[in-house]
Design a protein around this ligand. Structure first.
Ligand code: ADP
Ligand code: ASP
Ligand code: MG
Length: 418
């Protein structure tokens, strides 16, 4: 059996969902777990609902109705008559969401976020499962929260592998087609919904593959496979035919957003190959991540992360930046959930480039100012080049304001103020 994952881009409108059916039919696979994300940019739209809910007025009606309209427009295109049971099924799901928002008493932002944002995947999987049935693809809809068990670290939950393995073995048949949600889990004390971190559906696919000893995982994308640079920012890109697990982990870690960084470890442990393929050209080979050569073809890869923050610290009294000082810095970075991208230090200064994923910059800076002189730059871009050659680095840095550069044997990183 195999695992297929369809992300937001592959289900963003009625046409795209029709194409998903065509992909399944073209591959001819009969034993599948199909993991789906929320449609299009719906996770962002649901984040707006949460923001509005926590705003002073607390009026989430408009943002919620945007989400509602988006899905019902798709339903109207996919299903012939509004008498089809999917219309009332979806209506019920939206009523549950509204009921949660109206009755919730918790002020815990991350908890509320997960309860609300998770509806994106519940809705998309319900629509896709019904549309599969309508088109002769017999399938079982699975509530993934019965299977993926996590801790209660809302918005970035950690998998309880033992329980998850047990639940997947008990609840998922290796035969036939199962349609389920990416990105979601449930904490095991009260069964509240959790999420695995933004873009976490690839990771869900890998968890299923690991627990079911799947033959392979395929993630269907709007690109031909893994390219040597993000085509949104680079005009000339090359497709990798093959990438080793180790190299792919590095690329994902540095921010090649085509694969979620947590996806590869479980696959590597069981040597399950990961295919990255185009949903517009499903018979093309795409990229295989697996055992074997590091990169084929062996060309440098360019990774870019926008919207990062560069923080530079120096001691207030010109004392050295030693283990005790730096130890505090890391403790706070961890406390405020800043993802550290790059560090550099000298005798009296310490610079760190971070991803402010959870909007905690202000309180972190306040904390740092108690002990250090603090400078910072928001909205910087972090460029990483793996297997670089000096000409490429020079070309990239030309006419740019490079705030920091770091070079090792295989990797060069530049922090640039655009
Ligand atoms: P989905 O959420 O639909 O699964 P994503 O949007 O998360 O898909 O991932 C696909 C996107 O990743 C592409 O459209 C592309 O812009 C971006 N991307 C970033 N780096 C790369 C890369 N090295 N190769 C291919 N695509 C990349
Ligand atoms: N829908 C979630 C997100 O947009 C998970 C995913 O797409 O992988 O982050
Ligand atoms: Mg995505």
């Amino acid at each position: 059996m195999k695992i297929f994952k369809f992300g937001g881009a592959s289900t963003k409108d009625a046409e795209s969902i029709k194409n998903v059916v065509s992909v399944i039919n073209q591959t001819g696979e009969k034993d599948l777990v199909v993991v789906v994300s929320a449609m299009g940019k719906i996770t962002n739209a649901l984040e707006e609902v949460v923001t509005d809910y926590f705003s002073e007025e607390g009026n989430f009606i408009n943002s919620l109705s945007n989400v509602y309209d988006y899905h019902f427009n798709i339903l109207n295109e996919l299903f012939a008559a509004s008498t089809h049971p999917i219309f009332s099924d979806l209506d019920k799901i939206f009523k549950n969401l509204r009921r949660f928002l109206e009755n919730n008493k918790s002020k815990n932002h991350a908890f509320v976020y997960d309860q609300v944002v998770s509806f994106g995947e519940i809705i998309s999987s319900t629509i896709i499962s019904a549309y599969f049935s309508e088109n002769g693809i017999k399938n079982t809809w699975l509530d993934v929260r019965q299977c993926i068990k996590t801790d209660a670290n809302y918005r970035d939950a950690n998998i309880d592998w033992e329980k998850t393995q047990q639940r997947i073995s008990e609840n998922v048949s290796p035969n036939g087609i199962t349609v389920t949600q990416g990105f979601l889990g449930a904490e095991h004390t009260n069964n509240f919904t959790t999420t695995l971190g933004r873009e976490g559906s690839d990771y869900t696919a890998a968890i299923f593959a690991y627990c079911l000893n799947a033959e392979s995982v395929t993630i269907w994308k709007d690109v031909p496979g893994v390219l040597n640079a993000d085509p949104r920012y680079f005009t000339q890109t090359q497709l990798y035919n093959h990438i080793s697990y180790r190299e792919a982990i590095e690329l994902a870690f540095y921010g090649a957003s085509v694969i979620h960084p947590k996806t590869l470890q479980p696959l590597q442990r069981k040597e399950i190959p990961l295919f990255v393929k185009s949903f517009l050209n499903p018979t093309a080979p795409g990229t295989c991540v697996g055992k074997g050569v590091m990169l084929d073809p062996m060309v440098s890869s360019f990774i870019l992360k926008k919207g990062q923050v560069l923080i530079s610290l120096s001691s207030l009294d010109f004392s050295f930046m030693m283990e005790d000082n730096i130890g505090d810095v890391f403790k706070w970075l961890h406390e405020y959930k800043m993802k550290v991208e790059l560090i550099q230090n000298s005798a009296i200064s310490f610079s760190v480039c971070v991803d402010n994923k959870f909007n905690n910059l202000e309180p972190l800076l306040a904390k740092l100012r108690e002990k250090f002189s603090v400078k910072w730059n928001e909205n910087v871009t972090l460029y990483t080049i793996r297997h670089f050659n000096p000409t490429e680095v020079k070309a990239l840095a030309e006419n740019k304001n490079v705030l920091l550069k770091q070079e090792s044997k295989e990797t060069v990183q530049l922090v640039i103020k655009e």
